[in-house]
Write a protein that binds this ligand. Structure first.
Ligand SMILES: *[C@@H]1O[C@H](CO)[C@@H](O)[C@H](O)[C@H]1NC(C)=O
Ligand SMILES: *[C@@H]1O[C@H](CO)[C@@H](O)[C@H](O)[C@H]1NC(C)=O
Ligand SMILES: *[C@@H]1O[C@H](CO)[C@@H](O)[C@H](O)[C@H]1NC(C)=O
Ligand SMILES: *[C@@H]1O[C@H](CO)[C@@H](O)[C@H](O)[C@H]1NC(C)=O
Ligand SMILES: *[C@@H]1O[C@H](CO)[C@@H](O)[C@H](O)[C@H]1NC(C)=O
Ligand SMILES: *[C@@H]1O[C@H](CO)[C@@H](O)[C@H](O)[C@H]1NC(C)=O
Ligand SMILES: *[C@@H]1O[C@H](CO)[C@@H](O)[C@H](O)[C@H]1NC(C)=O
Ligand SMILES: *[C@@H]1O[C@H](CO)[C@@H](O)[C@H](O)[C@H]1NC(C)=O
Ligand SMILES: *[C@@H]1O[C@H](CO)[C@@H](O)[C@H](O)[C@H]1NC(C)=O
Length: 428
């Protein structure tokens, strides 16, 4: 907090019944009526916000009209204050179709903890003054047209937990200064024009759970150090110009769920036991096309077709699939409402055998009508559950044989999903 005596030039405005009392600090008498530094703080916030408003050149939704004198700035659209200090905490103007730029005076909003300008048309550079926002935890500038470099001064925002500048026109390297952002949880710099290499120090950001670097022009190899991020859950460096191999340290990150490195110049194969090494993996996009690395994904395809065959009683070679209709399309078209129309009838009869599902009749639907009122409700629930399970199983079959190998499910994920369907069915 700035002390009044440290800045003789500080101008103090006080709002009183619609007019402003001006008082130069240097000429103010030292008296007990001297306003508190808090008052200075909220006035400088107001000036900074007004400066921000001045840089808005287009505002089709008329959002900024609420930024007027008759309203306290804490009530302006997109502004959230700390009620007791009346300092601006959050500036959230996401998706307001605003055109404009961020003025350097943003650095005067020193109590800001969050900025979200996602999905507007802000242009210009991200000012270095943002480094004065020492309390900043969220900075989301994604989907705008910011250009220039990532400001090195961001390194002073050491409380930052989320930095998202996705889908802008940012160039230059990932600045080494950002190594100071040790609290980063989410770092998304995808879809810009960033160059240089992926710095090894990113591996030292031990709180990082999400790291998206895709669609830039990053070169060189994926550093081994990235494998040190023990809590990493989502990683994508797809669509860059990376070369070399995926470092084996990555297979140590057991928390990882999403992993994508597709569309680079990488080589090397997916380890065959990847499902064991990375038990949480649900989605992987791997460089493929040559070599045998697609083979386990190919197996998943066969498994998917087998599932669809088993549950529909059809073969992909059946006559009905002659006119370009595939078993894949046949099932897709019926799900989820008409699942009982395509399910293999013999499967339903088989289920009667266990005595638990059915007493008589040919299928679950008939059972529902004939059962005694007491059992009826339970049977209905069971029949409904059975239908749900059928839908779920067939959907797994579909995703196993999705057109592109990249979209296919991993075998481990298939097994886990199937077990959970089984468990949920047996619970009824
Ligand atoms: C600044 O805060 C004081 C009390 O904390 C309040 O009376 C005053 O109206 C505020 N000024 C502005 C411009 O918000
Ligand atoms: C920002 O603060 C500086 C000093 O801290 C001051 O000189 C400048 O006028 C302020 N800018 C705005 C727009 O409030
Ligand atoms: C200030 O903004 C509020 C909220 O949008 C609006 O109701 C009010 O009419 C505006 N006042 C002026 C003087 O524009
Ligand atoms: C608001 O400011 C008060 C006084 O500085 C502080 O104790 C409180 O934690 C702040 N609240 C928030 C939500 O930042
Ligand atoms: C960079 O951040 C530091 C620390 O917050 C601040 O003192 C300095 O003024 C900032 N630089 C610029 C150009 O705003
Ligand atoms: C950025 O903001 C948008 C809109 O609020 C939100 O949907 C998105 O999740 C944010 N990005 C991150 C990484 O939090
Ligand atoms: C990561 O942190 C360790 C320990 O603090 C340090 O020795 C190492 O140089 C850092 N690595 C990088 C690439 O900055
Ligand atoms: C990709 O990187 C190689 C060097 O590894 C370089 O020769 C090539 O020009 C780069 N491609 C693009 C599109 O930048
Ligand atoms: C994986 O982790 C183990 C145990 O922490 C360690 O010994 C091994 O060197 C790591 N492997 C790689 C490739 O980093």
């Amino acid at each position: 907090m700035e002390h009044p005596h440290t800045n003789g030039k500080l101008v103090l405005f006080k709002f009183l019944h619609g007019f402003i009392l001006l008082c130069m600090m240097s000429t103010c008498p030292e008296s007990t009526t001297l306003p508190s530094p808090t008052l200075l703080g909220n006035e400088s916030d107001r000036l900074a916000l007004l400066d921000f408003k001045k840089r808005i050149t287009e505002d089709p939704l008329d959002v900024m009209s609420s930024w007027n004198r008759s309203l306290h700035f804490c009530s302006w659209v997109g502004v959230t204050c700390n009620r007791s200090t009346e300092r601006v905490l959050i500036l959230n103007l996401k998706a307001q179709k605003l055109v404009g730029s961020i003025p350097p005076s943003i650095g005067n909003l020193t109590h800001l903890t969050g900025i979200n300008l996602n999905g507007n048309n802000f242009h210009g550079v991200i000012p270095q003054q943002i480094g004065r926002l020492r309390s900043l935890q969220y900075l989301n500038l994604s989907r705008n047209t910011f250009h220039g470099k990532i400001p090195t001064n961001l390194s002073h925002c050491t409380l930052l937990r989320l930095l998202n500048i996705e889908s802008n026109l940012i160039t230059g390297p990932i600045p080494n200064q950002l190594t100071a952002l040790i609290n980063l949880n989410i770092l998304v710099i995808s879809r810009n024009n960033l160059g240089g290499t992926i710095p090894g120090w990113i591996g030292n950001l031990s709180s990082l759970g999400t790291l998206y670097l895709e669609e830039n022009n990053l070169q060189g190899s994926i550093p081994n150090e990235l494998g040190h991020m023990a809590g990493l859950v989502e990683f994508s460096a797809a669509e860059n110009n990376l070369s070399g191999m995926v470092p084996s340290s990555f297979y140590n990150i057991s928390s990882i769920r999403i992993f994508s490195v597709v569309d680079n110049q990488l080589h090397g194969e997916l380890p065959p036991n990847i499902g064991t090494m990375l038990p949480n993996l649900i989605e992987i996009s791997w460089e493929y096309g040559t070599g045998g690395q697609v083979s386990i994904l190919g197996d998943v395809y066969s498994y998917g077709i087998l599932l669809l065959e088993m549950f529909t009683g059809k073969r992909p070679t059946d006559d009905m699939f002659n006119d370009g209709l595939s078993i894949y399309q046949f099932v897709t078209m019926a799900l989820p409402d008409r699942v009982m129309d395509i399910v293999d009838p013999s499967l339903l009869i088989n289920l009667e055998g266990d005595g638990d599902v059915n007493d008589d009749g040919h299928n679950i639907a008939i059972l529902q009508e004939k059962s005694a009122p007491k059992r009826k409700n339970r049977d209905l629930v069971k029949a409904k559950k059975f239908e749900e399970c059928l839908v779920a199983v067939m959907q797994i079959g579909l995703s196993c044989c999705a057109i592109s190998p990249r979209e296919r499910m991993l075998m481990d994920a298939v097994v886990r999903k199937m077990s959970s369907i089984r468990d949920s069915y047996l619970k009824v």
